[in-house]
Design a protein. Structure first.
Lengths: 104, 152
C-alpha cells in the first residue's frame, strides 16, 4: 500500500505526533505549555523535542525571561509537510481498514 | 487487527491533543478589540496625507509586535490565526474587505484630504475595524472548534 511509504518514523511515537499536532495549530509554544498539553514529564518532552529537532521538523529557540531560559518550539515548513503527509497516510490506512471490515 | 488499531489510536491521540489545546486557547475580548483597532489605525495611516501616515503605519507594526509579545508572555504560545480550511477563507475575506476599503478611501483622498469628511467615508472607515474585530473573534472560535470537529 503506497500510503505506508508516507508514514513518518519520526512522527510514529504518540508524544511526537502530539507535539507536531499542537505546533501545527499554534505557531510557537513554550516548553511548559507543550508539556501540559502533551501530558508528559520534562525529561520525556526534552527527548522528543530533540528527536524532532534532529529530524528538522521543529525549530527550538532559547529565550531568557525573568532570569531563566525558556524553550520555545515551532514547526518548520518541512515538519508541517511531514505532519500533513503522515496524517493523510494514517487516515487513509484507517479508512481502508474500515472499508475492508465493512465489505466482509 | 493491531496494525489498524494502532493507527486509530494515533488519530484519537491527535484529536485529544487538539481538544486539550482548544481548552487553553481563550483570548480575552480586549485582544480581539486590539486587532480591530490595528486595522482602524492601518486605514487611518493610509488615509492621512503626507508622512503622518507612514509614521502611523510604523507605529502599528510596533503594536503588532507588542501584541505578539503579550500573547507569548500571557499564554505561552503565539497563534497567528491562519489555518487551512475555514480560518483561511475568513482571513481571505477579511483581507479582501480591508483592501477594498483602503482602495475606496484612497480614491476619496483626492476629493477630500481628511478622513471621515465625506459622506461615505465613515462607513468605509468603520468596516475594516468592525470586520477585523468580528473576524478575530470568529477565527479564534473556529480554531478552538476545529479540534473538536476533526474526528477520524
Amino acid at each position: 500500500m503506497s500510503v505506508d511509504l508516507d508514514l513518518d518514523p519520526a512522527l510514529h511515537a504518540p508524544a511526537r505526533l502530539q507535539i507536531a499536532a499542537m505546533l501545527a495549530r499554534a505557531n510557537e509554544a513554550e516548553f511548559a505549555v507543550i508539556r501540559d498539553v502533551v501530558n508528559v514529564s520534562d525529561s520525556v518532552l526534552s527527548k522528543h523535542l530533540s528527536a524532532l529537532d534532529d529530524a528538522g521538523y521543529i525549530a527550538i529557540e532559547k529565550v531568557p525571561r525573568d532570569g531563566r531560559q525558556r524553550t520555545w518550539a515551532s514547526l518548520t515548513k518541512e515538519g508541517r509537510r511531514a505532519f500533513d503527509r503522515h496524517m493523510r497516510a494514517v487516515t487513509a490506512l484507517v479508512e481502508a481498514a474500515q472499508s475492508a471490515i465493512a465489505a466482509e | 487487527m493491531t496494525y489498524d488499531t494502532e493507527h486509530q489510536a494515533a488519530l484519537k491521540t491527535v484529536t485529544e491533543t487538539n481538544e486539550r489545546l482548544a481548552q487553553k486557547m481563550h483570548w480575552p475580548l480586549w485582544r480581539h478589540a486590539a486587532v480591530g483597532a490595528l486595522f482602524c489605525v492601518l486605514l487611518l495611516g493610509i488615509s492621512l496625507p503626507g508622512s503622518i501616515g507612514g509614521v502611523i503605519n510604523v507605529a502599528m507594526i510596533g503594536v503588532v509586535f507588542l501584541l505578539i509579545r503579550d500573547d507569548k508572555r500571557r499564554h505561552g504560545m503565539w497563534v497567528s490565526g491562519y489555518q487551512k480550511g475555514r480560518t483561511g477563507w475568513v482571513m481571505a475575506a477579511l483581507v479582501g474587505l480591508v483592501l477594498a476599503c483602503i482602495a475606496a478611501s484612497m480614491a476619496w483622498i483626492d476629493e477630500q484630504p481628511l478622513l471621515c469628511s465625506g459622506r461615505c467615508k465613515p462607513c468605509c472607515s468603520s468596516a475594516p475595524p468592525a470586520s477585523a474585530f468580528c473576524g478575530s473573534g470568529y477565527i479564534a472560535r473556529i480554531s478552538r472548534q476545529a479540534g473538536h470537529e476533526r474526528r477520524p
